[in-house]
Design a protein around this ligand. Sequence first.
Ligand SMILES: Cc1cc2nc3c(=O)[nH]c(=O)nc-3n(C[C@H](O)[C@H](O)[C@H](O)COP(=O)(O)O)c2cc1C
Length: 220
Amino acid sequence: MSTAVNLAEIARRRYTTKAFDPSRTIPAETMEQLRTLLRFAPSSVNSQPWHFVIASSEPGKALVAQGTQGNFAYNAPKVMRASHVVVLCARTELGDEHLTAVLNQEDADGRFATPEAKAGQANSRGGYVKLHREIGDTAVWAQKQVYLALGELLLGAAALGLDACPMEGFDPAAVNAALGLNSRGLSAVVLVALGYHAEEDFNAKLPKSRLPAAAVISEI
Ligand SMILES: Cc1cc2nc3c(=O)[nH]c(=O)nc-3n(C[C@H](O)[C@H](O)[C@H](O)COP(=O)(O)O)c2cc1C
């Protein structure tokens, strides 16, 4: 079977870039594709419990770099030298205002043939939200959804010929403070530096390493 896109080839080519070429900027139309990818990422009950801050200006990247000090200083050059840095944020709560906005958007997008269908969707999503509120893991649940967007972003960036570095190595509290995220009901979860690797990127020359297929995949 032939497919237009060779996903296996992209998966093997994609790698974590450790040094970016600061002279190269991602074209606007390519960034627009990545914005669409982020917006259209799937999430449980279409909760979309996220926000993505995209830093491309020097001052913007410097704000994000406030989270890459001390133990995380090894990530600071990636933030400052990449073309764009995405701060993937999770909502700290899934309040009624957000849930109403999602429901009304689904309505405006034509997903409900009847008022009953709209009420049914509100009810079913509300059930999951209530469940997670009761368990007390709403923030973790939201972060899981954010990681789906992360996966899409990394694969999409590679498919578009971009290099990327996902980063958990930063201080979320410092990024939250620098970007004023907490007051917006948000918290930084993971960063992704995007751009083009520099000549000195040692990781570009190393072979990728993964456990064998039999160790991670079982067929039944
Ligand atoms: C969620 C996540 C967080 C990561 N954090 C960092 C980081 O802070 N700094 C870094 O240089 N690499 C980071 N990495 C890169 C991983 O080390 C890398 O993905 C892994 O070694 C596999 O290599 P590959 O991406 O080149 O295939 C992170 C990767 C993921 C998925």
